[in-house]
Design a protein around this ligand. Structure first.
Ligand code: P1T
Length: 388
């Protein structure tokens, strides 16, 4: 583990200047666009590099950096969060296996389970993992993996990662935590007992809504080799230019996360007092059911909150379409504030009955607080709420 702090690692890890003979001492990791690497002798790849799908120096710099930020031994980066998830599943489960998954997950992750892996004989049970006992109750003899997000998307439910890791390991299973919402700055699931962390680095890690990517971080060598083998075999890798953009973005992660959180908390407090808002959900509010747990297992609450418009779907849409600064868009974690209607956008692939059961109502709005001036953000919300 590195002796340096989070910000120091986010800037320097994986990007130490190279002073060897012939090297130029770049302070920023060079972008290695070459798809292939020449060698002098048939049996000896130059510095271990053969072909960019297998290994690329720019991608490796990012993987080293992300591993240091999650206190992981190994990092792998992918062309998207879903590419990371797909590759992990290809490595960890086979036909006849069973997964216990949180019932509140990103809609695309549920689509991957229900529409793709189900067809290959992988069975998934969805449970409310914010109650750790329900995870244990769903374990079957063929269960291989427990898959959670904490906080979850879009309901910001928080799971007791330590407790679930305990249960998972008692049954000889693996625990995967999607840490996209808090980023390693606020939460390090491996330190809490998880076996694997996945990220959509499209979000806070990249931070600027200009690069799609995914990451897997872990400590176990055998698991790492399995996932790396599948990644190379299916080709789900992050490109050199996207690795560079992500390296550039992640250097300011600590600064951004502090501000995202500050703005999210201010917006949540404002909405809690507003007569046209209902059910404001943010783990940083004392009213959140797992506020104390969040404080115990994470060093912050993140930049995403959800709430309901007191009114109809038409009112919710009118509000969203009246905003000037908030972009009405999917995704989260960029410097710009984003807002969306999960039932119609990010979670439209989840069937309406499941949405209703899990609490994703048609008027639920998800906010990704950016890092703009908070006065401008509140004023924008205020004027849009006046339109309904
Ligand atoms: O979009 P992609 O980089 O493939 O990542 C998928 C993904 C995985 N995990 C979580 C928690 C996510 O939120 C996402 C992507 N989510 C959105 C695009 C969204 O607006 O919620």
């Amino acid at each position: 583990m590195s002796k340096y702090g989070f910000s120091t690692n986010s800037i320097h890890a994986g990007e130490e200047p190279d002073f060897r003979e012939g090297a130029t001492g770049d302070v920023v990791a060079p972008v290695h666009l070459s798809t292939t690497f020449a060698r002098k002798q048939v049996d000896i790849p130059t510095a271990g590099y053969e072909y960019t799908r297998s290994l690329n120096p720019t991608r490796k710099a990012l993987e080293t950096k992300l591993a240091s930020l999650e206190n992981a031994r190994y990092g792998l980066t992918f062309s998207s969060g879903l590419a990371a998830e797909t590759t992990v599943l290809l490595a960890l489960v086979k036909s006849g296996d069973h997964i216990v998954a949180f019932d509140d997950l990103y809609g695309g992750t549920k689509r991957l389970f229900n529409h793709i892996f189900n067809e290959y004989g992988i069975d998934v049970s969805y449970v409310d993992a914010s109650d750790a006992a329900s995870v244990e109750a769903a374990i079957q003899p063929n269960t291989r993996l427990v898959w959670i997000e904490s906080p979850s998307n879009p309901l910001l439910k928080v799971c007791d990662i330590r407790a679930i890791a305990g249960i998972t390991h008692q049954h000889g299973l693996l625990l995967l935590v999607d840490n996209t919402f808090l980023s390693p700055f606020f939460q390090k699931p491996l330190d809490l007992g998880a076996d694997l962390v996945v990220h959509s680095s499209t979000k806070y890690i990249g931070g600027h809504s200009d690069v799609l990517g995914g990451a897997v971080l872990l400590a176990d060598t055998a698991l790492y080799e399995q996932i790396r083998h599948r990644q190379n075999a299916v080709g789900a890798v992050l490109s050199p230019l996207d690795s560079y953009l992500t390296l550039r973005g992640v250097k300011t992660l600590a600064l951004r996360m502090e501000r995202h959180q500050q703005n999210a908390l201010s917006i949540a407090r404002y909405l809690e007092r507003h007569p046209k808002a209902n059910r404001v959900i943010y783990p940083g509010l004392a009213s959140h059911p797992q506020h104390e747990l969040s404080k115990a297992q994470s060093s912050g609450f993140g930049g995403v909150l959800s709430f309901e418009i007191k009114g109809s779907v038409v009112d919710a849409k009118k509000f969203l379409e009246s905003l000037h600064i908030f972009a009405l868009a999917e995704s989260l974690g960029g410097v710009e504030s984003l807002i969306e209607l999960p039932a119609a956008m990010t979670h439209s692939s989840v069937d309406p009955e499941t949405r209703r059961k899990t609490g994703i109502t048609d008027t639920l709005i998800r906010v990704s607080a950016g890092v703009e001036d908070i006065e401008d953000l509140i004023e924008d919300i205020e004027q849009a709420l006046k339109q309904i």
